[in-house]
Design a protein around this ligand. Structure first.
Ligand code: NDP
Length: 293
């Protein structure tokens, strides 16, 4: 029977550590970490994520600089907003909530964020450095960083292990695979063109599931004792629930927990870690800024 990795609990301890760091920076260096959260438009899901991020900032004492732009804002306006934030000394991190409205070039906006404030870690330079041997990015993307932190805080060693990442997106699959390589795992990446994913997944000591496919990974795809981190967040119908749906991961949890050594649940696994890592990156950025002044 697997040990359940309590992402909510681990994220809670990390937030306490962050609150202490914020206190220290404010009291000893006169630097209150600031995170600018930019949202363009009224998408309900994006508004929920932004609200959660702003609330988490308030909980640890990070100053949240809230910028809400209407959905019909021009690309020029969004770009200028980011450029102004780049030079604002009270801002140590800039987060532009994705997706942006279709008339705005997302790549252009993300590339305009100063790499010193790229707390989401999506700037091509930060990703490039993550991919290079002997180089360290200023920021590592939050969800991938959260996956590694869950392994680390659960006492699961990575070096020399066989790891498989299911998914290769820019925000989760690819950066988590790069991180695992940096930490000396032997890494396979499974995607939609991979024939027979089961044959690869069942050899892994560490599985990171980030495909966005409900219950895709079955119990008998998992090597006994493996560590399973489930990033997938999928909505499935559930008439027994008041809302009529529930969230499930990419891993068939009930079967998998009988075989795995460790497993993170959905919800309550990777999700809370993503926000904790965003706060961590912001505070690290403020500390770096205070060391430079
Ligand atoms: P994307 O849709 O961008 O990428 C999904 C990846 O999975 C693609 O690389 C795709 O392959 C691969 N994939 C899809 N179906 C299969 C399949 N049947 N077999 C093998 N590979 C497959 O998703 P994201 O990376 O943005 O997110 C992945 C999941 O993680 C989602 O459920 C999302 O909601 C969740 N998520 C959770 C977060 C959290 O904080 N908890 C944060 C971010 C995401 P290909 O490249 O060939 O198309």
């Amino acid at each position: 029977m697997a040990q359940i990795i309590d992402g909510k609990g681990i994220a809670g301890s990390i937030q306490k550590e962050i609150a202490e760091d914020v206190n220290f920076l404010s009291n000893n260096c006169g630097k209150v970490p600031g995170l600018a959260v930019v949202i363009v438009g009224e998408r309900k899901d994006s508004q929920t994520y932004v609200r959660m991020k702003r609330k988490a900032c308030a909980e640890v004492g990070i100053k949240s600089i809230d910028i809400d732009l209407p959905g019909d804002s021009s690309e020029e306006t969004v770009l200028q907003t980011v450029l102004d934030l780049n030079t604002n000394p009270q801002v140590h991190g800039i987060l532009v909530q994705l997706p942006l409205p279709l008339h705005i070039n997302e790549e252009k906006i993300l590339a305009s964020i100063s790499i010193e404030k790229d707390v989401d870690g999506f700037h091509p330079l930060n990703i490039g450095k993550l991919a290079m041997k002997g180089r360290e990015p200023l920021f590592v993307p939050c969800t991938p960083k959260g996956c590694i932190e869950l392994l680390r805080r659960s006492g699961i060693s990575i070096s020399g292990k066989k790891a498989v990442v299911v998914g290769r997106s820019n925000i989760v699959g690819l950066p988590v695979a790069l991180l695992l390589v940096k930490l000396d795992a032997t890494v396979s990446i499974v995607h939609t063109r991979t024939p027979d994913p089961k044959s690869i997944i069942c050899e892994a000591d560490i599985i990171i599931a980030a495909a966005g496919q409900a219950n895709m990974i079955k119990g008998n795809w998992i090597k006994p004792g493996a560590a399973v981190i489930d990033v997938g967040t999928n909505v499935v119908d559930d008439p027994s629930r008041k809302l009529g749906y529930r969230l499930v991961g990419d891993v068939a949890f009930e079967e998998a927990k009988e075989v795995a050594g460790w497993i993170s649940p959905v919800p309550g696994g990777v999700g809370p870690m993503t926000i904790a890592m965003l706060l961590r990156n912001t505070v690290d950025s403020a500390r770096r800024a205070s060391e430079q002044t």
